[in-house]
Structure formats: C-alpha cells, structure tokens
Design a protein around this ligand. Structure first.
Ligand code: ZN
Ligand code: ZN
Length: 340
C-alpha cells in the first residue's frame, strides 16, 4: 500500500510502497483510511521536536487524525463491524489501568500514539484498536471529519472541562481563531451561555469568528489586553489560549479575572507568574492534552447535528509533501486532509 513515511528528521517525508498492516491482537482493527488530517504537530515531528518524547523507530508512517471504514476486525471485537464508518481516537489504550477506568484515555499507563510513536494513518490502511473507534452515521464522509480526531477533540476537551465555570453571566475569551480556535469558538457557542470574546491578529479570522458565534472580536494590535479587560469589566472568567506562544501566554494570564481560569491549549511559550499573584488572585492555570474517547464521541454528536463544522482542503495521499509545505507556508485555509 501507499504510505507517507518519515525517514529522517529535517527531511521531507516520502510516499513509499509498504506491506499492509496485519491483525495480531484480539481487539485490533484495520481501518481503510478515508481521510487523514495534516497537522502542525506533523511539522514539529519532522523538525525532531517529538523525537525524545516518543522515540519512534524510523522510518514510520505519519498521521494521527484519522477516519475511514472498518476493513477487518480481531476475534474479540464487538463494537464495530466490517464496513462501519468510524473516526478514531488518536491513542489506543489498555482499558484496565486506573486512568482508563476513570475514562481518562490520554493518561493510560499503556497507551501508544499511531503517527507519533509508530505507524499512523497517512496510508491506505491503519492498524488500531477497537477501543479507538467511534462509529459514525454511514452517510458521513471521513475526509470531512478526520481532523476532529485531534484538532477538534483538543478544543472540545478544554471547553468541556470549563463548562461548570461558564454559567450565564460569565465571560469567555478565545485567543487564536485558527485551526483549533475556530472549533473552540463553535464549542463555546454550542454549549454555554457565556459572553464570548475572540482575540486574533488577523481581521479575516475574526470575521469567521463572528459567523461562528463570537459576541465580540478584538484585534491583537497591542491594546488587546486592555480591550478585553474593559469588555469583561476586569478580566474573563475563563480564557482559552489556542496560541500560548510568542507572548500570547502572558497576555492570556493578564486577561483572566480574579478567581478565573486560564486554559493552555496551544504550546511553545513560557509562563512567568509571580507566586504572590497566584495566591493573591486565586487564578488557575489548566493544562489540556487531546481529550478522552467520550469527548470525541460527544463532539461527533455536535458535528453530526451541524453545530461544529470544519473548513477543509483535500489533497491526494501522494501529494502529502505539498500539503505539508502549504501548511508550513500558511497557504492552507482551514485544515489540510489527505485522501488515499
Ligand atoms: Zn494533530
Ligand atoms: Zn490504560
């Protein structure tokens, strides 16, 4: 089969011909890929940023945002059948450890991460686990939803955790209305009555934010922290930071009101916060990594109801190097999706 493999860091991935994966465990499933999202994390993988954390054996197949159709199932699989349309939680988990029993998939003691730790879904077929499969309406086109498997779930997870804090009368700020942020905006709009303020450098992204449910938009032009302070009368109850680098992280903290919570979703920057400020204002910093299986299942309910939609651009699988180059150069509007 055709597959997009990384052979070395700081090199373009190559479209190779490799053997199809085979079922070995009773809960294994093989999915015929219908769409594989191209993510900024793939660029970071090529740059070598994930080498230490994941230590994958090279070459291996990229792709951690996958959806498709069940091609083959292991002997103990009961939740999906051959032919089912599925979107895949990114991490196969054991189901038996403390985190798994609490539904906290990302902290499973025995999880793996196809596309980061071993062969992923930028290929014709992917080997994963029955535990990853969220069954979809058969009319769903995998290429339309694939990016919800990582970008979408990550945005949803943060908003879902913040729901008890976002009762009527509260305010929420979304920093960054790009790939993840535009999904976060739709989740806040669909799930809460909070007054939603979106901050971005790009006026076009803010126009889209208004269409997706932002009550107010603020251009990040240097006066944006003061503008948010004024709109929220002293800071937002919850700030969702989808940028969290190049200074946005300390601005996001400054936009958070007393006893409020600052949710870190983007990454790359560093927070510098005096501990006196933490105790004096009782503000919280909340980390977020991908999401749970149930987060993905809930997000797909919103997606199938038309309450969360993705802007996508498709490329044939063989054009993966072009898709990665377009993403790197900022030429992709919405999300790039590879279709085998
Ligand atoms: Zn991703
Ligand atoms: Zn586990």
């Amino acid at each position: 089969m055709k597959a997009v493999r990384i052979h070395g860091y700081h090199q373009q991935p190559v479209v190779d011909d490799i053997p199809e994966p085979k079922i070995s465990g009773p809960l294994d499933v093989i999915v015929k890929i219908g769409g594989a999202g191209v993510c900024r994390t793939d660029l970071h993988i090529i740059e070598g940023q994930w080498e230490q954390a994941m230590n994958p054996a090279l070459p291996y197949v990229l792709g951690h945002e996958n959806a498709g159709w069940i091609q083959e199932i292991g002997s103990a699989v009961t939740n999906v059948a051959v032919g089912d349309t599925v979107i895949l939680h990114p991490t196969p988990t054991c189901g038996l450890c403390h985190a798994c029993r609490a539904g906290d998939d990302m902290h499973c003691e025995n999880n793996s991460f196809p596309g980061l730790s071993h062969d992923g879904g930028m290929a014709e077929y992917l080997l994963t686990s029955a535990r990853c499969c969220v069954k979809l309406d058969p009319s769903t086109q995998p290429k339309d939803v694939a990016a919800l498997a990582d970008a979408g779930i990550t945005a949803y997870h943060a908003v879902r955790k913040a729901l008890p804090l976002l009762y009527p009368g509260t305010s929420a700020v979304v920093i960054g209305a790009g790939g993840l942020g535009h999904i976060g905006i739709q989740c806040v709009a669909a799930l809460t009555a909070a007054d939603l303020i979106v901050v971005d450098r790009n006026p076009d992204a803010l126009k889209l934010a208004e269409q997706l449910g932002a009550a107010h938009t603020v251009v990040a032009d240097g006066n944006h922290v003061a503008a948010v302070q004024e709109l929220t009368k002293g800071g937002a109850h919850v700030v969702f930071d989808f940028v969290a680098e190049q200074g946005a992280e300390n601005e996001g903290w400054a936009m958070t009101r007393r006893a409020g919570s600052y949710y870190v979703i983007g990454y790359g920057g560093e927070l510098h916060i005096p501990t006196l400020d933490v105790i004096g204002t009782e503000r919280n910093v909340i980390g977020n990594i991908v999401g749970t299986y149930n987060d993905l299942a809930e997000l797909m309910v919103l997606a199938q109801a038309g309450k969360v939609t993705l802007h996508t651009r498709t490329y044939p699988l063989a054009q993966a190097p072009e898709a990665l180059a377009d993403l790197d150069a900022g030429r992709v509007r919405g999300r790039a999706i590879l279709v085998p």
